[in-house]
Design a protein around this ligand. Structure first.
Ligand code: FES
Length: 159
């Protein structure tokens, strides 16, 4: 069986590492998918099939979970993933202006990746930090109490 290489990581190695860490149990499906997603940058079809096989979980369920959570992706993403919270509390607190500024600055629509592979822009429902709305998460960095005028300076931190 050919072993595909993505982002310098082998798909099978990434799946094995996630199963070693979390155990081949369907209850661990989300952490397993999350670890493989982090290792490869996304969840390629080969990884999903392998996980389905090893957990004895139908591929449709594995795909369903992989498609449901915004932190997981079945398509390649940019080097930096910008997650914008589109839930009501953030929206009411000025999220709309932040969203428009983000879209214009990145020249992307939801779920798009820039042609240079630098950015992917996604929306998510409540990111769990409503006390500091509106909220944007870039990779693992959380930006709360955001205003549109802070966006250019924040984006400039990423290369
Ligand atoms: S509503 Fe935006 S973080 Fe909760």
């Amino acid at each position: 069986m050919p072993v595909e290489t993505i982002n310098g990581h082998r798909v099978l190695e990434a799946v094995n590492a996630a199963l070693d860490r979390h155990g081949a149990s369907r209850e661990e499906l989300i952490p397993i998918l999350n670890q493989v997603n982090q290792a490869l940058g996304y969840l390629p079809a080969e990884a999903l099939s392998e996980i389905s096989l090893r957990l004895k979980e139908p591929l449709s369920s594995v795909l369903g979970v992989a498609s449901f959570y915004s932190m997981l992706s079945t398509r390649p993403r940019g080097r930096h993933v910008v997650q914008f919270c589109e839930s009501a509390p953030c929206h009411v607190a000025g999220g709309r202006e932040v969203w428009e500024t983000l879209r214009e600055a990145l020249k992307l629509a939801t779920d798009e990746t820039s042609p240079d592979g630098k950015w992917t822009l996604i929306t998510a429902s409540c990111l769990g930090i409503c006390g500091v709305e509106p909220v944007v998460i870039i990779d693992d960095d959380v930006y709360g109490n955001l205003t549109a005028d802070k966006i250019p300076e924040i984006l400039a931190r990423y290369s």
